[in-house]
Design a protein around this ligand. Sequence first.
Ligand SMILES: Nc1ncnc2c1ncn2[C@@H]1O[C@H](COP(=O)(O)OP(=O)(O)O)[C@@H](O)[C@H]1O
Ligand SMILES: [Mg+2]
Length: 254
Amino acid sequence: MILEIKEISRHFGGLAALSGVSFALEPGEILGLIGPNGAGKTTLFNVITGFLPPTYGSIIFHGEDITGLRPDQVARKGLVRTFQSTNLFQHKTVLENLIIAYHLQVQSGFWGLLVNSARAKADEEAARKGSLEILEYMSLTDLKDEMAHNLPHGHQRALGVAIALSARPKLMLLDEPLTGMNPEESRRFIELIRGLRGRGISLMVVEHDMKAIMGLSHRIVVLNYGRKIAEGTPQEVQSNQQVIEAYLGSETGT
Ligand SMILES: Nc1ncnc2c1ncn2[C@@H]1O[C@H](COP(=O)(O)OP(=O)(O)O)[C@@H](O)[C@H]1O
Ligand SMILES: [Mg+2]
């Protein structure tokens, strides 16, 4: 197992956003996480990636307990979430964004800043080379000198994934990656996600586009009011009575 989520609970005051959620992810798997609005999906992503501590429970990544680590420590272990466009440096170019991310995520931290200038120069070249490779893979090479704020929505998302890739992740979490995309952008983005898996990256995806998530995922976990109500293949989950009721009972039907 690449990731084991064990009995995770997260309370906000009196609200139980997550209650005793357990499941696991196999290497190379694309796992879909679905559930009505407010089910706890984003909270679970925040807990897994260290942005929020759980109230109870533990997160095991590659057999190591990572509960309570900071987001940057979790990222260095190879577990990242994608960044929303609000996390981009809007007035920097696409390439500059990647180089900054490379330094923030890959560099050996504070002590790395104090080493001699020859080493710093080599780091700079490695950052540039690595960043260009990622941009090529994400089909963003032609846009490398464009300001982030000038990018169309779909390309901003692609840049968010590119930044996450600069941490050389083993597991990537995507929260509603298709929101705001037109059908063509969605189609391309789904292919891209499949391609990541082909490169040995496991994925966990929250997405309200049911057709997309059912087509993409090997397995689906369903949350409702902070509890896991179902887990199985897309087919199994779609015919699960509790899942059907959870969605019928929610106005928004995410
Ligand atoms: N930082 C927070 N403080 C208080 N309540 C929160 C916070 N984050 C999420 N919640 C609440 O936790 C529940 C789950 O939210 P969330 O994880 O965003 O759901 P989802 O992503 O499935 O729509 C909701 O009731 C939400 O209002
Ligand atoms: Mg959410």
